[in-house]
Design a protein around this ligand. Structure first.
Ligand code: SF4
Length: 216
C-alpha cells in the first residue's frame, strides 16, 4: 500500500514533506515512475509509445488516453493552501527563483497518491477520475454500501455498486497499487464495477465527492 499523507485538504496546517524537501520529492517521484509508469518525460513531445501503452492498459483509444492526466486526476491537489506549500518549498531550494512562475509554467500540483509534486500534463497508471482538487473537500455525500453510483472515466462514464465506505484512514484498493485517503468530509469508497448491468471482478476506489448516486 502506498504511504499517503493523512492531511485534510481543507486544513493544510503543515505542508507535506515532499513539498519542502527535494530528496523526499525525488525519491517519491522515482517510485511513481517505477510503480506506475509516471510520465512522459517531456509532455511536449509526441511520446507515441508512452501513450500507446497507456491506451492499451486502460483499453481506450490513444486519443482518449491522452485526456487522462494528472491535471484531472482525483489525487492531484491544487488547493491554494497546497500551492502555497509548493511555493515555500521552491523558495527554500532557490531564493532567486520566481516560485510562482515555476508553478504556473509546470502547472504543478501535489500527488497525494505518491506524495510528490507532479505536473498537470503528465499521468500514471494509477490515474483516477474526478480531479483536480482545487478547493475544500465537499460536504458528506449520500454514498453508502449498496448504492449504485457512476463516475467519469477515461472512456466516458462508468457504474458500480458500493462495497465499502471508509471515513478515516487510507483505503487500499485490492489488486492495485492505488490507495485513497479517507476523511469524514470526503470518504474513500470501494466500488465493484458493473458492465451492461452485470457485476464484474473489478474493484476500484474513488473519493465520494467524485461519485453520482444513481440508486441508494
Ligand atoms: S496518481 Fe494521479 S496525480 Fe498522481 S501521478 Fe498518477 S495521475 Fe498524476
Amino acid at each position: 500500500m502506498l504511504n499517503l499523507h493523512r492531511y485534510d485538504v481543507s486544513k493544510v496546517e503543515t505542508c507535506p514533506r515532499a513539498t519542502q524537501d527535494v530528496k523526499t520529492n525525488l525519491a517519491n517521484r522515482e517510485k511513481a515512475i517505477k510503480d506506475a509508469a509516471y510520465g512522459p518525460l517531456n509532455p511536449k513531445e509526441p511520446n507515441d509509445e508512452f501513450w500507446k501503452k497507456k491506451a492499451d492498459r486502460w483499453d481506450v483509444s490513444t486519443a482518449e488516453a491522452k485526456k487522462s492526466r494528472c491535471g484531472n486526476c482525483a489525487a492531484f491537489i491544487q488547493t491554494k493552501e497546497m500551492l502555497s506549500c509548493i511555493k515555500e518549498g521552491l523558495e527554500v531550494g532557490d531564493t532567486e527563483q520566481n516560485a510562482w512562475d515555476t508553478i504556473q509554467a509546470g502547472d504543478l500540483g501535489y500527488c497525494e497518491a505518491f506524495d510528490f509534486k507532479c505536473a498537470a500534463s503528465r499521468t500514471c497508471d494509477a490515474w483516477i477520475s474526478g480531479g483536480p482538487v482545487v478547493s475544500k473537500a465537499s460536504a458528506p455525500t449520500k454514498v453508502k454500501v449498496g448504492s449504485m453510483v457512476s463516475w467519469n472515466s477515461s472512456g466516458g462514464s462508468a457504474q458500480g455498486k458500493v462495497e465499502h465506505v471508509m471515513r478515516e484512514g487510507v483505503l487500499g484498493v485490492p489488486k492495485s497499487s492505488f490507495s485513497i485517503r479517507a476523511t469524514k468530509e470526503d470518504p474513500a469508497v470501494l466500488i465493484r464495477i458493473y458492465r451492461d448491468g452485470k457485476e464484474t471482478e473489478t474493484l476500484v476506489g474513488h473519493k465520494a465527492s467524485t461519485l453520482r448516486v444513481l440508486k441508494s
